[in-house]
Design a binder for this molecule. Structure first.
Ligand SMILES: [Zn+2]
Length: 114
């Protein structure tokens, strides 16, 4: 997967944000990670250590909130969880005509600075 690139992008978001607030150090970064992204949190943590070396984000803790995959049916409007098999059949009406509404997130929710 593309953990290196996404880790660089969240690191630069965090650093920009921290600098704007005059932070001395970034303590923790809270990340929302959708199950559908295929991003592996321990790889992100690995690259994080690399890309933040010698920055104020070095040593920051990464906290991941996993976001389950959910879909909404275009026929009946029901929202439902999607399992590992990614079967999008609506439990309400049995149709397969739905949109993924969550599970693709990879965003910085908040950061803790000092
Ligand atoms: Zn339906």
């Amino acid at each position: 997967m593309h953990e290196m690139a996404v880790t660089e992008s969240i690191a630069s978001i965090c650093l920009r944000h921290a600098e704007r607030h005059g932070a001395k150090r970034i303590l923790q970064v809270n990340i929302r990670l959708g199950e559908l992204t295929g991003i592996v949190d321990r790889y992100v943590a690995f690259y994080w250590d690399m890309v933040t070396r010698d920055t104020i984000a070095e040593g920051a803790r990464l906290h991941f909130t996993r976001v389950p995959v959910r879909a909404r049916c275009n026929r009946c409007g029901q929202e439902y969880p999607v399992g590992q098999d990614l079967d999008l059949t609506c439990p309400g009406c049995g149709e397969v005509d739905s949109e993924i509404v969550s599970g693709k997130e990879f965003t910085v929710e908040s950061i803790e600075i000092e």
